[in-house]
Ligand binder design. Structure first.
Ligand code: DC
Length: 239
Protein backbone atom coordinates (compact mmCIF):
# COMPACT_ATOMS: atom_id res chain seq x y z
CA UNK A 1 0.00 0.00 0.00
CA UNK A 2 2.99 2.28 0.21
CA UNK A 3 3.43 4.92 -2.43
CA UNK A 4 6.82 3.61 -3.40
CA UNK A 5 5.64 0.13 -4.46
CA UNK A 6 5.38 0.80 -8.15
CA UNK A 7 4.92 3.62 -10.59
CA UNK A 8 2.17 1.65 -12.30
CA UNK A 9 -0.24 2.05 -9.40
CA UNK A 10 -3.30 4.22 -10.04
CA UNK A 11 -4.18 7.29 -7.99
CA UNK A 12 -7.27 5.53 -6.72
CA UNK A 13 -8.53 5.03 -3.17
CA UNK A 14 -10.47 1.76 -3.43
CA UNK A 15 -12.86 0.85 -0.61
CA UNK A 16 -14.79 -2.40 -0.21
CA UNK A 17 -16.95 -3.76 2.56
CA UNK A 18 -20.41 -5.09 3.42
CA UNK A 19 -23.64 -3.08 3.34
CA UNK A 20 -23.97 -0.35 5.94
CA UNK A 21 -20.33 -0.39 7.06
CA UNK A 22 -19.93 3.33 6.36
CA UNK A 23 -18.17 3.06 2.98
CA UNK A 24 -20.23 5.74 1.25
CA UNK A 25 -19.93 8.29 4.03
CA UNK A 26 -16.20 7.67 4.26
CA UNK A 27 -15.62 7.67 0.49
CA UNK A 28 -17.60 10.88 0.00
CA UNK A 29 -15.75 12.70 2.77
CA UNK A 30 -12.31 11.44 1.67
CA UNK A 31 -13.01 12.55 -1.92
CA UNK A 32 -14.19 15.94 -0.72
CA UNK A 33 -11.12 16.48 1.47
CA UNK A 34 -8.72 15.41 -1.28
CA UNK A 35 -10.62 17.26 -4.02
CA UNK A 36 -10.92 14.00 -5.97
CA UNK A 37 -13.87 12.49 -7.81
CA UNK A 38 -16.07 10.00 -5.96
CA UNK A 39 -17.77 6.96 -7.45
CA UNK A 40 -20.37 4.92 -5.56
CA UNK A 41 -20.51 1.70 -7.59
CA UNK A 42 -23.46 0.32 -5.59
CA UNK A 43 -25.52 3.12 -7.13
CA UNK A 44 -24.55 1.86 -10.58
CA UNK A 45 -25.89 -1.63 -9.83
CA UNK A 46 -29.01 -0.06 -8.38
CA UNK A 47 -29.50 2.04 -11.53
CA UNK A 48 -29.15 -1.03 -13.76
CA UNK A 49 -31.71 -2.80 -11.58
CA UNK A 50 -34.11 0.12 -11.95
CA UNK A 51 -33.56 0.10 -15.72
CA UNK A 52 -34.27 -3.64 -15.94
CA UNK A 53 -37.41 -3.23 -13.83
CA UNK A 54 -38.68 -0.33 -15.93
CA UNK A 55 -37.89 -2.16 -19.17
CA UNK A 56 -39.44 -5.42 -17.91
CA UNK A 57 -36.23 -7.35 -18.55
CA UNK A 58 -36.47 -10.96 -17.37
CA UNK A 59 -33.34 -11.77 -15.37
CA UNK A 60 -33.26 -15.30 -16.77
CA UNK A 61 -33.14 -14.05 -20.37
CA UNK A 62 -29.46 -13.50 -21.27
CA UNK A 63 -30.29 -12.02 -24.67
CA UNK A 64 -32.75 -9.51 -23.24
CA UNK A 65 -30.15 -8.53 -20.64
CA UNK A 66 -27.45 -7.97 -23.26
CA UNK A 67 -29.86 -6.01 -25.37
CA UNK A 68 -30.90 -3.82 -22.41
CA UNK A 69 -27.25 -3.27 -21.46
CA UNK A 70 -26.56 -2.17 -25.01
CA UNK A 71 -29.23 0.51 -24.74
CA UNK A 72 -28.49 1.81 -21.26
CA UNK A 73 -27.04 5.32 -20.92
CA UNK A 74 -25.82 5.51 -17.37
CA UNK A 75 -24.01 8.54 -16.06
CA UNK A 76 -22.63 8.97 -12.55
CA UNK A 77 -21.94 12.16 -10.65
CA UNK A 78 -20.40 12.60 -7.23
CA UNK A 79 -22.21 11.58 -4.03
CA UNK A 80 -23.96 8.62 -5.64
CA UNK A 81 -26.01 10.70 -8.11
CA UNK A 82 -26.99 8.77 -11.22
CA UNK A 83 -28.72 9.61 -14.48
CA UNK A 84 -30.37 7.17 -16.87
CA UNK A 85 -30.91 8.63 -20.34
CA UNK A 86 -30.34 12.14 -18.94
CA UNK A 87 -33.06 11.77 -16.29
CA UNK A 88 -31.76 11.80 -12.74
CA UNK A 89 -32.86 8.62 -10.94
CA UNK A 90 -30.92 9.06 -7.68
CA UNK A 91 -34.00 9.29 -5.48
CA UNK A 92 -35.38 6.02 -6.87
CA UNK A 93 -32.27 3.93 -6.23
CA UNK A 94 -33.24 2.91 -2.70
CA UNK A 95 -36.85 2.03 -3.44
CA UNK A 96 -37.97 -1.31 -1.97
CA UNK A 97 -38.36 -2.88 -5.44
CA UNK A 98 -34.73 -2.03 -6.25
CA UNK A 99 -33.47 -3.24 -2.84
CA UNK A 100 -35.23 -6.55 -3.39
CA UNK A 101 -33.56 -7.29 -6.72
CA UNK A 102 -30.20 -5.56 -6.79
CA UNK A 103 -28.09 -8.44 -5.43
CA UNK A 104 -29.52 -10.72 -8.08
CA UNK A 105 -28.76 -8.21 -10.85
CA UNK A 106 -25.25 -7.60 -9.45
CA UNK A 107 -24.51 -11.31 -9.73
CA UNK A 108 -25.03 -11.37 -13.54
CA UNK A 109 -21.61 -11.57 -15.27
CA UNK A 110 -22.55 -9.45 -18.30
CA UNK A 111 -23.85 -6.71 -16.00
CA UNK A 112 -20.62 -6.80 -14.00
CA UNK A 113 -18.51 -6.68 -17.15
CA UNK A 114 -20.32 -3.64 -18.39
CA UNK A 115 -20.10 -1.82 -15.01
CA UNK A 116 -16.43 -2.73 -14.67
CA UNK A 117 -15.65 -1.02 -18.00
CA UNK A 118 -17.47 2.15 -16.91
CA UNK A 119 -15.72 2.14 -13.53
CA UNK A 120 -12.26 1.75 -15.04
CA UNK A 121 -13.01 4.45 -17.61
CA UNK A 122 -13.81 6.83 -14.76
CA UNK A 123 -10.30 6.44 -13.32
CA UNK A 124 -8.83 7.59 -16.63
CA UNK A 125 -10.21 11.08 -16.03
CA UNK A 126 -8.22 11.69 -12.85
CA UNK A 127 -7.75 10.59 -9.26
CA UNK A 128 -10.71 8.78 -7.79
CA UNK A 129 -12.21 7.52 -4.55
CA UNK A 130 -14.30 4.49 -5.39
CA UNK A 131 -16.36 2.17 -3.19
CA UNK A 132 -18.16 -1.10 -3.67
CA UNK A 133 -17.64 -4.84 -3.23
CA UNK A 134 -14.96 -5.71 -5.80
CA UNK A 135 -12.97 -2.50 -6.09
CA UNK A 136 -9.84 -3.79 -4.34
CA UNK A 137 -10.07 -7.34 -5.69
CA UNK A 138 -11.18 -7.11 -9.33
CA UNK A 139 -11.77 -3.62 -10.72
CA UNK A 140 -8.79 -1.75 -9.25
CA UNK A 141 -6.26 -4.29 -7.96
CA UNK A 142 -3.70 -1.66 -9.04
CA UNK A 143 -5.18 1.07 -6.81
CA UNK A 144 -2.52 2.76 -4.75
CA UNK A 145 -4.67 2.71 -1.57
CA UNK A 146 -6.99 -0.16 -0.65
CA UNK A 147 -9.31 -0.47 2.34
CA UNK A 148 -11.82 -2.95 3.65
CA UNK A 149 -14.36 -1.12 5.82
CA UNK A 150 -16.38 -3.23 8.24
CA UNK A 151 -18.63 -2.92 11.32
CA UNK A 152 -20.69 -5.32 13.42
CA UNK A 153 -23.98 -6.48 11.88
CA UNK A 154 -25.96 -4.69 14.62
CA UNK A 155 -24.16 -1.41 14.07
CA UNK A 156 -24.61 -1.68 10.31
CA UNK A 157 -28.33 -2.38 10.75
CA UNK A 158 -28.65 0.65 13.04
CA UNK A 159 -27.03 2.89 10.44
CA UNK A 160 -29.08 1.47 7.57
CA UNK A 161 -32.29 1.96 9.56
CA UNK A 162 -31.23 5.57 10.19
CA UNK A 163 -30.80 6.05 6.42
CA UNK A 164 -34.24 4.60 5.76
CA UNK A 165 -35.74 6.92 8.37
CA UNK A 166 -34.03 9.90 6.77
CA UNK A 167 -35.41 8.96 3.36
CA UNK A 168 -38.93 8.00 4.37
CA UNK A 169 -39.42 10.30 7.37
CA UNK A 170 -39.77 9.31 11.02
CA UNK A 171 -43.58 9.08 10.71
CA UNK A 172 -43.29 6.35 8.07
CA UNK A 173 -43.88 2.70 8.92
CA UNK A 174 -40.22 1.80 9.50
CA UNK A 175 -38.91 -1.78 9.54
CA UNK A 176 -37.68 -3.13 12.88
CA UNK A 177 -33.95 -3.24 13.61
CA UNK A 178 -34.10 -7.05 13.53
CA UNK A 179 -35.70 -7.00 10.08
CA UNK A 180 -33.13 -4.54 8.74
CA UNK A 181 -30.31 -6.69 10.14
CA UNK A 182 -31.77 -9.84 8.60
CA UNK A 183 -31.99 -8.12 5.19
CA UNK A 184 -28.42 -6.85 5.45
CA UNK A 185 -27.08 -10.26 6.38
CA UNK A 186 -28.94 -11.87 3.51
CA UNK A 187 -27.55 -9.22 1.13
CA UNK A 188 -24.02 -9.90 2.43
CA UNK A 189 -24.50 -13.63 1.99
CA UNK A 190 -25.55 -13.17 -1.65
CA UNK A 191 -22.78 -10.65 -2.35
CA UNK A 192 -20.03 -12.79 -0.86
CA UNK A 193 -21.07 -16.17 -2.24
CA UNK A 194 -21.74 -15.29 -5.89
CA UNK A 195 -19.35 -16.75 -8.47
CA UNK A 196 -18.39 -13.51 -10.22
CA UNK A 197 -16.42 -10.95 -8.15
CA UNK A 198 -17.76 -11.81 -4.70
CA UNK A 199 -17.20 -9.46 -1.77
CA UNK A 200 -13.94 -10.51 -0.15
CA UNK A 201 -11.15 -8.96 1.78
CA UNK A 202 -7.85 -8.96 -0.14
CA UNK A 203 -4.57 -9.14 1.76
CA UNK A 204 -3.42 -5.80 0.42
CA UNK A 205 -6.46 -3.96 1.85
CA UNK A 206 -6.13 -2.25 5.22
CA UNK A 207 -8.93 -3.42 7.51
CA UNK A 208 -10.95 -0.64 9.18
CA UNK A 209 -13.56 -1.61 11.76
CA UNK A 210 -15.89 1.36 12.23
CA UNK A 211 -17.97 -0.21 15.04
CA UNK A 212 -18.14 2.43 17.75
CA UNK A 213 -15.58 4.55 15.92
CA UNK A 214 -16.44 7.99 14.62
CA UNK A 215 -16.51 7.95 10.83
CA UNK A 216 -14.59 11.26 10.99
CA UNK A 217 -11.67 9.43 12.54
CA UNK A 218 -11.53 6.90 9.70
CA UNK A 219 -11.75 9.71 7.14
CA UNK A 220 -8.94 11.70 8.74
CA UNK A 221 -6.78 8.59 8.93
CA UNK A 222 -7.21 7.75 5.24
CA UNK A 223 -6.70 11.36 4.10
CA UNK A 224 -3.51 11.67 6.19
CA UNK A 225 -2.17 8.46 4.74
CA UNK A 226 -2.85 9.50 1.13
CA UNK A 227 -1.42 12.98 1.62
CA UNK A 228 1.64 11.58 3.32
CA UNK A 229 2.25 9.15 0.45
CA UNK A 230 1.77 11.87 -2.15
CA UNK A 231 4.17 14.20 -0.36
CA UNK A 232 6.75 11.47 0.05
CA UNK A 233 6.58 10.61 -3.62
CA UNK A 234 5.63 13.85 -5.39
CA UNK A 235 6.47 12.72 -8.91
CA UNK A 236 3.74 10.11 -8.62
CA UNK A 237 1.26 12.50 -7.08
CA UNK A 238 -1.49 14.39 -8.79
CA UNK A 239 -1.20 18.09 -9.24
O1 DC B 1 -23.56 -0.58 -1.62
P1 DC B 1 -25.01 -0.80 -2.07
O2 DC B 1 -25.90 -1.31 -1.00
O3 DC B 1 -25.58 0.42 -2.72
O4 DC B 1 -24.91 -1.94 -3.19
C1 DC B 1 -26.05 -2.38 -3.87
C2 DC B 1 -25.83 -3.80 -4.38
O5 DC B 1 -24.87 -3.83 -5.42
C3 DC B 1 -25.39 -4.81 -3.32
O6 DC B 1 -26.17 -5.98 -3.47
C4 DC B 1 -23.96 -5.12 -3.68
C5 DC B 1 -23.88 -4.80 -5.14
N1 DC B 1 -22.56 -4.26 -5.50
C6 DC B 1 -21.69 -5.12 -6.13
O7 DC B 1 -22.01 -6.28 -6.36
N2 DC B 1 -20.48 -4.65 -6.53
C7 DC B 1 -20.12 -3.40 -6.29
N3 DC B 1 -18.92 -2.97 -6.69
C8 DC B 1 -20.99 -2.51 -5.62
C9 DC B 1 -22.22 -2.99 -5.22
Amino acid sequence: MSASDSSTLLDVVAIDGPAGAGKSTIAKAVAFRLGWAHLDTGSMYRAVTLWFLDQDVALGDARAIDEALGRIHLRCGGSGRVWLDDAEVTEHLRAARVEALVSEVAAIPSVRRSMRDLQRAQAEHGPLVVEGRDMTSVVFPDARWKFYVDASARERARRRRGDIELQRGSDADLPSLDDVQRDLEERDRLDSTRADSPLRRVDAATYLDTTGVGIDEAVAWIVDLVEEDLTRDPEEGTE
